[in-house]
Design a protein around this ligand. Structure first.
Ligand code: CA
Length: 225
């Protein structure tokens, strides 16, 4: 696995690279954000520091997303919720706050990498989360083996979250994909659909709200934050 490390702090990079290499990864390091999009060839995962000397990491994230679906993990020393939201809105797949545990980082890298390899078009036909089973081909849902009747839109929202493997789906993306358009009251409509979904599934914690961003499925063992 090849990692593009965009990190201006020499000490962080010097500590990180050998650790990643020990886990069988190869790395390319950039100490500035400008030009990062020119280094994406053969890159499997991007580790992107948000605090860069030349341009904001969020802008780097957006620029990468314009040209590539490569998984991006944004890293920030600031750790503000705003950063996390901004990063996820800008197309990042995950978010880590410095200082982080290297084992944690490696685990996240593997997770986003695995997810990217599966891809939305090649997901499993049936997604199982705890005792909830979502059949993406047959458009059926069971909870504890019992079928649950969902409206078409409710199912589409659930299917989208299920296909994302625990990743956050932004409100805008859900609305755009499920309704095919967006309008002034779209957020409210989405909230209503999520509320009925939770009620019908009887698993209130399954569809988790990521405040200010969107929703995701709460997978067993998935970390919050
Ligand atoms: Ca920095």
């Amino acid at each position: 696995m090849h990692i593009l490390l965009v990190e201006d702090d020499d000490r962080v990079a010097a500590a990180l690279r050998p650790a990643l290499h020990r886990h069988g990864m190869t790395t390319t390091r950039l100490s500035v954000g400008r030009g990062a999009v020119d280094h994406l060839a053969d890159v499997d995962v991007v580790l992107l520091d948000l605090g860069l000397p030349d341009i904001d990491g969020v802008d780097v994230c957006r620029a990468i997303r314009e040209v590539s679906e490569v998984p991006i993990i944004v890293v920030s020393a600031r750790g503000e919720v705003d950063d996390r939201i901004l990063g996820l809105h800008s197309g990042a797949d995950d978010y880590l706050v410095k200082p982080y545990d290297i084992g944690e980082l490696v685990a996240r890298v593997h997770t986003v990498y695995r997810r990217s390899r599966v891809g939305p078009s090649a997901t499993a036909d049936v997604v199982q989360v705890a005792d909830v089973s979502v059949d993406l081909q047959r458009h059926t849902v069971t909870v504890g083996g019992e079928p649950v009747s969902l409206t078409r839109k409710e199912f589409q929202v659930l299917a989208m979250l299920a296909s994302s493997g625990g990743a956050v789906c932004t409100r805008n993306r859900i609305v755009a994909e499920v309704w095919g358009r967006t309008w002034a009251g779209a957020n409210r409509t989405l909230d209503v659909h999520v509320a009925t979904l939770r009620t019908k599934l009887g698993r209130a914690d399954l569809v988790q709200t990521v405040r200010g961003v969107g929703y995701r499925l709460g997978l067993p063992g998935a970390e919050d934050g």
